[in-house]
Design a protein around this ligand. Structure first.
Ligand code: PLP
Length: 374
C-alpha cells in the first residue's frame, strides 16, 4: 500500500524556533490575557493583512460570533448568507439569535451571488455575511453597493482568504468587518486561533470587550462577553509560522500549477479560479475540482477510488448548511432555494493541497482520477 496522503497537513516551524519563541514565557509567567506575544502578533498581522484594525481571538468561530454580536442587531433579525460554507458560518448567525436567509452562489466562484442576495432583502434584514470560499474573492463591489443602498452591514467570513490581496488591498479590509481563522488546517495557523478585522476603532473596542467577558475596567462589566482571548503559546506559534508563510504559499502555488497541468483540459472537470497573472494575489488555500456529467465518474465515485488508494479528498462543502439536521425544522428547501449550491455541493471535491506536497504525489492523484498513466 502506498503511503497515506491527507487532504491537508499543518505547517510547523522548526522545533528549536518555537522553543526559542516561548522561552521567555517561563520567565515572565504571563501566559495569556493580551501578553507580549499577543500584542506582537497583532501588530505583525495588521501589517501583513493590510488592515487598519485587528483583534486576535481564540478561534475563527469566536471571531465570527463576536464580529456579529458587536453590531448589537435586534434578536430575530435576518442575515443574508450562503449555505455553501463550513458549519461555523451559519451556526454563528443562529447562535447570535439571528435568522440566516440563504442566497444562492455564483457557479464560477462558489461565493454568494449578489443579485440573489439583493432579492432576499426584507425590512428585517440587517446584514450580509458572504464567504470567500476556497480563497475565491466575493464580488465585493456589488455587495458593497447593495449594502450601501439598503443600509446593511457586511461581515466577511474570510477564513479561507488569509493574506490575499486585490489590487494590493488586503482582503480583510472589505466590508464592515472580516474574520480569519488560524486553525491548524488553515494556510496560516496559531494551532487554534482567529481574528476580527475592521476599520472603525469604536467597533474594535467592542470586539475587545466581547473577547474579555465584557470587562470595560476593573469595576465595570458592561457587555455580555465571552472568553475569546488568544493565549501566548498560540500567538508564539503564529509569530513563527508568519516567518515562513511566503515560502509556504509559494510551495502551494507549485502544487496548484501541477494539478492544473494535468486536469485543466480534462473534459468534464472544472477547476477553481485561476488568479495567476491577475490583480488578485491568491494564497492557494484549496484546490476544488467539480465533476460534470461528461466525466465518466461522479464525485462520490472519484472520492471512493481516491480513498481506496489512501488519498484523502474532501467533499467540501457537502452537505450544504441549509440541509443540516439541526436546521431541518427551519423551513429551508436547499434544492429549491439554492439550486446552484445544491448542484455544486454534489459534484465538488477538494484535492490534497499543502506546502511541500511532493509533485510526484500530485501526478499519482491526477493519474488515478483521469485513469491516464503519467
Ligand atoms: C475554519 C473555518 C471557520 C472556523 O474557524 P475555526 O478557527 O475553526 O473556529 C469558519 N468559516 C470557515 C469558512 C472556515 O473554513
Amino acid at each position: 500500500m502506498e503511503k497515506k496522503i491527507l487532504v491537508t497537513r499543518s505547517s510547523m516551524p522548526g522545533f528549536e524556533e518555537y522553543v526559542d519563541e516561548i522561552r521567555e514565557l517561563w520567565d515572565s509567567r504571563w501566559l495569556t490575557n493580551m501578553g507580549k506575544k499577543h500584542n506582537e502578533l497583532t501588530e505583525k498581522l495588521k501589517e501583513y493583512l493590510k488592515v487598519p484594525g485587528l483583534e486576535l481571538m481564540v478561534n475563527g468561530h469566536s471571531a465570527l460570533e463576536a464580529a456579529i454580536q458587536a453590531f448589537g442587531f435586534e434578536k430575530g433579525s435576518e442575515v443574508i448568507t450562503t449555505p455553501f460554507t463550513f458549519a461555523s458560518t451559519t451556526h454563528a448567525i443562529v447562535r447570535c439569535g439571528l435568522k440566516p436567509v440563504f442566497a444562492d452562489i455564483d457557479p464560477k466562484t462558489c461565493c454568494l451571488d449578489p443579485t440573489c442576495a439583493e432579492s432576499l432583502i426584507t425590512d428585517k434584514t440587517v446584514a450580509i455575511l458572504p464567504v470567500h470560499v476556497y480563497g475565491h474573492i466575493c464580488d465585493v463591489d456589488a455587495i458593497d453597493a447593495i449594502a450601501k443602498k439598503h443600509g446593511l452591514k457586511v461581515i466577511y467570513d474570510a477564513a479561507h482568504a488569509f493574506g490575499e490581496t486585490v489590487d494590493g488591498r488586503g482582503v480583510g479590509s472589505f466590508g464592515d468587518a472580516s474574520i480569519f481563522s488560524f486553525h491548524a488546517t488553515k494556510v496560516f495557523h496559531t494551532i487554534e486561533g482567529g481574528c476580527v478585522c475592521f476599520s472603525d476603532p469604536a467597533y474594535g473596542k467592542e470586539i475587545y470587550y466581547l473577547k474579555d467577558f465584557g470587562i470595560v475596567d476593573e469595576e465595570n462589566v458592561a457587555r455580555v462577553g465571552e472568553n475569546g482571548k488568544m493565549n501566548e503559546f498560540a500567538a508564539a506559534m503564529g509569530l513563527c509560522n508568519l516567518r515562513h508563510l511566503e515560502g509556504e504559499i509559494e510551495s502551494r502555488a507549485q502544487v496548484v500549477k501541477r494539478y492544473r497541468q494535468h486536469l485543466s483540459s480534462v473534459p468534464g472537470i472544472s477547476l477553481g479560479m485561476d488568479y495567476e497573472g491577475t490583480n488578485i494575489k491568491s494564497n492557494n488555500a484549496y484546490f476544488p475540482a467539480i465533476f460534470g456529467d461528461e466525466f465518466p465518474m461522479d464525485r462520490d465515485e472519484v472520492h471512493r477510488i481516491l480513498g481506496e488508494n489512501n488519498i484523502g479528498a474532501r467533499k467540501y462543502f457537502y452537505p450544504l448548511t441549509n440541509s443540516f439536521d439541526c436546521y431541518k425544522d427551519c423551513g429551508y428547501d436547499p434544492k429549491r432555494d439554492t439550486p446552484v449550491a445544491w448542484d455544486i455541493s454534489k459534484r465538488v471535491l477538494t484535492l490534497p493541497l499543502f506546502a511541500h506536497l511532493p509533485l510526484e504525489d500530485v501526478d499519482r492523484i491526477c493519474s488515478i482520477i483521469t485513469g491516464v498513466k503519467l
